[in-house]
Design a protein around this ligand. Structure first.
Ligand code: ADP
Ligand code: MG
Length: 226
């Protein structure tokens, strides 16, 4: 993924200015930066999610791709580049299994594919043995894992998590990082936007820091420094 000379603006308010970023398929990257530094905006731009907002995208290398984008290509693109946003919604009256299956039904997968993929994804996040529990009786940690499973059913090559660990205890955060680390070892690209200093410092992965509309640092084995 190559982002070059990306400027994002809401009206005339520039949020990111002339950002350059290369991301290789095997990478595990943290995006850090204070609130409002543009992390979420950048992530949304990566999946061409400009519908709910009013912004201009100036993308040197992607402009051609974007112009040729139709709904089918876009859908395929978003399956491959899956973003887990903060406000994941669970259906409280459904089981863990049903919550993941439902997310697939909405996307139009066949029953056969759903029956195959859901157990696979639940296994990957360690939830298969709890698949019949109801959403209301599970912990925050398990809910986070459901949202990862909901991403995995689409077999994305790139998984992006926007602030996963906002309200989680250190043990949970560690568990989630273990899952992402394993996925990364299967050659999935992982991008995580986070405020959690402990996680970033302990993982020793590439860290891209955002500040004042720009990337202020980009370190291969970075720490949480702003
Ligand atoms: N829908 C919107 N309309 C106008 N400005 C927005 C909108 N969403 C975000 N912004 C602005 O974009 C900037 C970056 O926000 P955001 O990408 O959410 O940062 P972060 O994820 O790093 O906290 C902020 O100044 C914010 O006010
Ligand atoms: Mg954000």
């Amino acid at each position: 993924m190559r982002i070059s000379n990306l400027t994002l603006a809401f009206g005339n308010k520039i949020v990111l200015k002339e950002v350059d970023l290369n991301i290789e398929p095997w990478e595990f990257i943290f995006f850090i930066g204070h609130s409002w530094s543009g992390k979420t905006t950048l992530i949304r731009s990566l999946i061409w999610d400009k519908e709910p907002m009013n912004w201009d995208i100036i993308l040197d290398s992607w402009i051609a791709l974007y112009k040729n984008m139709n709904e089918d290509i876009l859908q395929e693109y978003r399956r491959n580049t899956w973003v887990i946003f903060q406000d994941y919604k669970l259906l409280e009256s459904k089981s863990i299994y049903e919550n993941v299956a439902f997310a697939m039904e909405v996307c139009g997968y066949s029953d056969e594919v759903i029956r195959r993929k859901v157990p696979e994804a639940l296994e990957q996040v360690g939830l298969l043995i709890k698949k019949d529990r109801f959403a209301y009786e599970i912990s925050g940690w398990e809910k986070q894992r459901i949202s990862i499973a909901r991403a995995l059913v689409h077999d994305p090559d790139i998984i992006i998590w926007d602030e996963p660990t906002g309200n989680l205890d250190p043990e949970t955060a560690e568990g989630i990082m273990k899952i992402f680390d394993d996925l990364n070892k299967e050659w999935k690209t992982i991008i995580i936007a986070t405020h959690d200093k402990n996680i970033v410092d302990s993982m020793k992965k590439r860290v891209v820091a955002f500040k004042d509309k720009e990337i202020i640092s980009d370190e291969a084995k970075g720490k949480y420094i702003l």
